[in-house]
Design a protein around this ligand. Sequence first.
Ligand code: PLP
Length: 395
Amino acid sequence: MPGPGSQWIGREEIREVMDVMESGYLFRYGSLDDPRFKHKVYTLEKEFAEYCGARHALATSSGSGALICALKAIGIGPGDEVIVPAYTFIASFSSIIHAGGVPVLAEIDESLTIDPADIERRLTRRTKAIMPVHMLGNACDMDAVMGLAQKHGLPVLEDACQANGGSYKGRKLGTIGRIGAFSLNIFKTVTAGDGGIVVTDDDELYTGAFQFHDQGHSPLRAGVEVGRRSVLGMNFRMNEVTGAVALAQLRKMPRIIATLRGKKKKFKEAIADLPGVAFRRLNDPAGDCATLLTVLFESAEKAARVSGRLGTATLDHSGWHVYSNMEHLSRYLKDQGRPHGRGAFPRTDGILSRAVNLSVGVVDAGLGAAFGLHIDSSEEEIEQKAAAFKKACAD
Ligand SMILES: Cc1ncc(COP(=O)(O)O)c(C=O)c1O
């Protein structure tokens, strides 16, 4: 039971997929005059751009692929440093490394997203970009991040993979910086099993991301472009079957988010009066995807006791998203002579050791969210889960 979108796969997805399968034409490119070509990927890109209020959207085969295409589009290459939070999924780091750059980790604050003050401390003359990550369905402090980026003339790439459908001060996440990346994997707000999307208002960045995602071909690849390809790219294309599922899911996104917000509100209200329990700071509560509810306890001991009773873990033990729990990343950082291993980012360690994720729509043990609700939880279940949480908090 991973993400909310995966719970709501139904007739609409089947209809879109059958449309493609019955046509027998599965490649993302084709002629709009050809009735066999159902242009699902193209339609997804158009509708997603409209949904976000962005000029361009580019569908890719994964969120990791979307990040790499975005990094290549902004020109990240050998030795270029990109500032990224110490609390994020491995792909935020590895996409920078595979783009040829160097991830420079920064502390998070009590919003569980990158601490803008620490970004400033990590800047060097090699810094080429800032990659804020909208963790757990919520925005970074984008006013502060964008202020710093402007002050230092740096592009911002928003990793919005965990926050599809979220917003900040009325603007959709992913559209505030120069370029943004989303994931459609099974744990996300909406899913196609796998898949990703890049968004940007910048024509040049769109062209760059497109070229990298498809072996150097220019947008929408009108036929054979031999002799006209300007960059060496890769294949991060989305196919029509994936596009069909993603399109049906995108059309459900407003309903998914509204449903999750309703359930989260009830869950939160039911546990809000507990002494010693606070919630993660939200930089814009109105833009919450409401996929998770994060509790911050007064002490690490209490957080460990409660999470143990609930059969889950504090966030410092959620293995997939904490810098110090990624053995491959630690090896890389050690080889680079950079801070690594627990203790390297003490503020992040301290906050994560006091934090427990309760699921609302995303149920993911890798995020430390093995206990809580899911998108179809009944009123009764919300009450039961709130009561179980309160019981676990009793000393
Ligand atoms: C913050 C973040 N960035 C990037 C990714 C990579 O997305 P994908 O799994 O689609 O490659 C994820 C996926 O979990 C993520 O959570």
